[in-house]
Design a protein around this ligand. Structure first.
Ligand code: GAR
Length: 214
């Protein structure tokens, strides 16, 4: 019998190198408890969509600008995610802040990658290159990345994985961003995703056993 897997929806907005790391992890056997079943992009031009299509993954574009309201935008995503039967939502460079009601809908089943060691350089306004600009401006010698559960506080949910990266004297925001991706993000995101999928599978099993007993 095939191994049971959690269907994963990855939300993206840009280049999708973290999505690429997840796709690679599925191929190499690092991610075995989950299957990337759907990629939703908030931006029709995101290169992440090409990566998904090349890997044979179903894609959709849900554009915040063409939706009438934030509620309509989120309802469109919820419909796609739930109809696909996804048990886990991974925010991989998804640059739109989600409402409390969206997050509640996926409580314990939604995770995010952030390019700093939380609680440094995180929260509203800290995304993408801005995070690395802030880290260099503050003069930190060590930075890194964090994967955490998503809750109503931006970048405030329980931490799942972190990895540190040393800052070099000659780093620019761009060189630092690239090294944080290579040395931290692309390693911890697949690892954390596998861990969370395992957790979801065992809690599904426990609930099924409870139903059988009742
Ligand atoms: C990544 O560095 C990710 O950590 C960051 O955006 C980049 C997306 O790159 N996310 C945030 O800043 C969220 N606050 P990618 O599209 O190549 O994966």
């Amino acid at each position: 019998m095939d191994k049971e897997k959690v269907k994963i929806c990855v939300l993206v907005s840009g280049g999708g190198t973290n999505l690429g790391a997840l796709i690679g992890a599925e191929k190499s056997g690092i991610l075995t408890s989950g299957k990337i079943s759907l990629v939703i992009s908030s931006n029709a031009d995101a290169y992440a969509l090409t990566r998904a299509k090349e890997a044979g993954i179903k894609t959709a574009v849900v554009d915040r600008r063409t939706a009438k309201s934030r509620e309509e935008f989120e309802q469109q995503m919820i419909k796609l995610i739930d109809e696909e039967g996804c048990g886990l939502v991974v925010l991989a460079g998804f640059l739109i802040i989600l409402s409390e009601s969206f997050i509640r809908h996926y409580e314990g089943r939604i995770i995010n990658i952030h390019p700093s060691l939380i609680p440094s350089f995180c929260g509203e306004g800290y995304y993408g290159l801005r995070v690395h600009e802030a880290a260099l401006a503050r003069g930190v010698k060590v930075t890194g990345a964090t994967v955490h559960y998503v809750n109503k506080i931006t970048d405030g949910g329980e931490i799942i994985e972190q990895r540190a990266v040393y800052v070099r004297e000659d780093d620019t925001p761009k060189t630092l961003q690239r090294r944080v991706m290579e040395e931290a993000e692309w390693i911890i995101l697949p690892k954390a995703t596998e861990l969370v999928c395992q957790k979801i599978l065992s809690s599904n099993k426990a609930n099924t056993n409870k139903d059988i007993k009742n």
